[in-house]
Design a binder for this molecule. Structure first.
Ligand code: AVJ
Length: 320
């Protein structure tokens, strides 16, 4: 049941903790140091991300919500007959509420790496939709992940909103799509949000807002890493940076050392020269046709696409 799913994830077995520490130490020792964006989502990171989604500059959440509101009926039609609605990266479960009303699944399964935050949202969702069972499941999409065996095999629809797939490079994204396709048992489909290429100033502002909320969000990863790894990062030694790499069509977030910094943890140490960076996130902006090709390559069939007037964001339904 739901509580077991959460317990299994929050009291991580010793081996899983060690694996995360190993992954972090490995990333810090690369020539281009990196911290996976999955580490952005501790309790404070989840709260900061919610703030980001409400910023004037951060268009994705609001644009996607408007597309979903405008095309609710057609989306529900594409997903009709759905028994189990599974949201990946469910977070605060706000985006799925409209679908719970219009699709009316028997069961909702929210999946997220930040499972304690998710669990609270799932409880609220279950209270608001009493005829639907709702449960939270922990998973790290960057590792091998599975749904619990008691998630019904009946007609499933996957929901992967927010352009969260943009955190993966193209090879990882294709792998993720293939895995999602395999969860559908040849029935149902996937409703996915993707962020589209657009003008540089709009993109940069969305990842480097005036108020500095995104900067806080990025810097907060260091406190999370300190707790997990036992490292001694001091956030004030680092500066938030967002840039666009046109070659990969992606926003990159980095933390740049303001001056020479020595960082120590139980099994290691690294010196960062002034100006060196830690790469903390990629956020790919896929041309629509490229993403549709990826869906085909992953085994998906017929698609429907909905976008906003400015073509800033797309919501796609793909049949299994
Ligand atoms: C949750 C991965 C979709 O890439 O826009 C927001 C995360 N990072 N601001 C994104 C994020 C900086 C977000 N995703």
């Amino acid at each position: 049941g739901g509580d077991d799913d959460v317990r299994a994830a929050t009291q991580r077995p010793q081996g899983a903790q060690a694996a995360l520490r190993h992954e972090l130490a490995q990333g810090l020792m690369q020539q281009q140091a990196q911290i996976s964006p999955k580490f952005l989502y501790d309790a404070r990171g989840c709260a900061l991300f919610e703030q980001i989604t409400q910023l004037r500059e951060y268009y994705p959440t609001r644009t996607e919500a408007a597309i979903m509101a405008q095309h609710e009926v057609e989306m529900a039609e594409a997903m009709s007959g759905c028994q189990v609605l599974i949201e990946l990266g469910a977070g605060n479960c706000e985006k799925v509420r409209r679908l719970c009303r219009s699709v009316a699944p028997l069961q909702f399964v929210g999946v997220d790496i930040a499972v304690e935050f998710l669990q609270q949202a799932v409880v609220r969702l279950g209270q608001d939709f009493p005829q639907m069972t709702a449960r939270a499941v922990a998973a790290d999409f960057t590792a091998d992940w599975h749904l619990p065996p008691d998630v019904p095999q009946g007609r499933r629809e996957l929901f992967y909103p927010g352009s969260s797939i943009g955190n993966f490079d193209t090879q990882q994204a294709l792998h993720m799509l293939k895995h999602m396709h395999s969860l559908l048992n040849g029935d149902g489909g996937l409703l996915i949000g993707i962020d589209l290429p657009k003008s540089l100033p709009v993109l940069i502002a969305a990842y480097d807002d005036e108020q500095g909320v995104t900067a806080e969000f990025n810097l907060n990863v260091l406190s999370h890493v300190n707790r997990l790894l036992g490292s001694d990062f001091k956030p004030q030694d680092w500066e938030h940076e967002a840039c666009f790499d046109p070659r990969h069509s992606r926003i990159e977030m980095h933390l740049r050392a303001r001056h020479g910094v020595m960082v120590c943890w139980p099994q290691g140490v690294r010196y960062f020269a002034q100006g060196e960076t830690i790469h903390t996130e990629n956020s790919y902006k896929y041309p629509l046709s490229d993403f549709l090709s990826m869906l085909r390559a992953a085994g998906f069939g017929a698609t429907r696409v909905w976008t906003d007037e400015q073509q800033w964001f797309a919501v796609i339904h793909a049949h299994a």
